[in-house]
Structures are given as C-alpha cells and as structure tokens.
Design a protein around this ligand. Structure first.
Ligand code: SAH
Length: 213
C-alpha cells in the first residue's frame, strides 16, 4: 500500500470537513492530515477511507468515524510526552493519532486478530506504540498506571471503576457510556475519590465486552 498526493488531497478535504463540524485543535487536525487512514481500512472500503464515516473492520468491529477520533482526542487536551491508555485498539487508527501527538501509548484490545493487524499497520507506518496489549480493557493496564489520559473507544454501561483508579490526579478520561443510547462523558479526577463529569452529547460505539477472544 502507498500514500499518494491523491490521498493527501482527500485528507485536506476531510480536515476542512472536520473544521466545519467544530474541531479546532491544530495539532489534532494536523495528525489527521498526515496519517493515511486508508492503511487502516479493509480492501472493500478503500475508496471511502476519507469520508467522515465509520466502517466495518474484522471481527464485526468498526473503525471510528474521523470526527469521533478528532473529538475524543481534542477533548482530552493531549500534551506531548503524556502517558495515555487507550481501550479498544481496533484498527489502530486512533492509536496512530495519539502516537503522532508524541505521547506514550498503551492500547488494550480484547480481540487477538485485531491486535495483531493493528500492530502490523502501525509498524508499516513507523508509528511506535509503547505496547498493544491483548486483554480485557475493563481491567486497564495496572503495570503502567497511573495514566495522564484514558481514551475508551467502546461503550460501557457504567463507568469502569478500575479505569478511574488508574488515572492520575488531574488526569482525564473520555468514554462513551450507555447501552443503545450512549453519551460521551469526560471525567476529570480532581483527587483520589472525586471526579468532575461532563456530558458531551450522543455518540454510537460498539459495546465494551469482557470476554477475550
Ligand atoms: N479506535 C478504534 C475503534 C475500534 S471499535 C478504531 O478507530 O479502529 C472498539 C474496539 O474496542 C473494538 O476493536 C473492540 O474489540 C474493542 N473492545 C471492546 N471491548 C473491549 C474490552 N473490554 N477491552 C479491550 N477492547 C475492547
């Protein structure tokens, strides 16, 4: 697979579309402009890689819509050098955006096949996560906790308590909460047992499931 000026042109349009939808972070927009999303997309959907849409990937999962990736990343206010935990590696596209922002990324995926593919795609692009972990994301990744930021890309019915524990004081987590009707919740840990929660509106994600396959 190659990245070409034609792809770059399509990404420029995508960035303009994201700006029109309210994304403002220059750093996030720059990452989206530079990362070839078509590398993360199945063969059948290649031509649509730069539409602002989610698409199916292996194992009945989806690659998130670029707007959602940009939105979650922007709301976390990611700074260079931060230690980030991502739950739900999927295609690895969101992981790529985080790595592009010069962070240390630990990403957890429950489906082995997806973890394997994401690792391959990221290494083709010379984007290096700290680690991609095949495990249940409800448990976080205690070995490297606490984290500056936690970004969850699958919907949980309730806020996973273990993830709150693994957040630094003043750290932030963004997670879609709910069953059919999901709300994007931004959580700031103000001290060990206190959290500020903000509802950022409705989104649609695949469910967060415990079983590792
Ligand atoms: N950021 C990804 C989104 C993938 S969809 C992308 O843009 O490609 C959400 C992912 O979360 C799926 O790959 C799914 O397998 C994974 N997932 C669901 N429950 C999980 C859990 N408990 N632990 C880790 N990963 C989980």
């Amino acid at each position: 697979m190659i990245d070409s000026p034609k792809h770059k042109g399509k990404r420029k349009k995508l960035v303009e579309e994201l700006i029109s939808k309210g994304i403002t972070s220059k750093r996030v927009l720059n990452a989206i402009y530079n990362i070839p999303r078509h590398f993360f997309i199945e063969y059948d959907f290649q031509d649509f890689a730069y539409e602002d849409k989610a698409f199916p990937i292996s194992a009945s999962q989806t690659i998130s819509q670029p707007y959602t990736v940009a939105f979650q990343t922007e709301k976390l206010g990611i700074n260079e050098g931060e230690k980030i935990l991502e739950i739900g590696t999927g295609s690895g596209y969101q992981t790529a955006v985080l790595i592009y922002l010069k962070t240390e990324v630990y990403s957890v995926e429950r489906i082995f096949e997806l973890k394997r593919k994401a690792k391959t795609t990221l290494s083709k692009l010379k984007l290096k996560p700290k680690k991609i972990i095949w495990a249940d994301g409800y448990l976080g990744f205690e070995e490297k906790a606490p984290f500056d930021k936690i970004l969850v890309t699958a919907a949980s019915k309730e806020i996973p308590q273990e993830l709150l524990k693994q957040l630094k004081i003043n750290g932030k987590m963004i997670i879609p909460i709910g069953d059919l009707n999901q709300k994007m919740i931004l959580i700031k840990k103000t001290d060990a047992n206190n959290f500020e929660k903000t509802d950022l509106g409705s989104f649609k994600f695949v469910p967060m499931l415990k079983k590792i396959i």
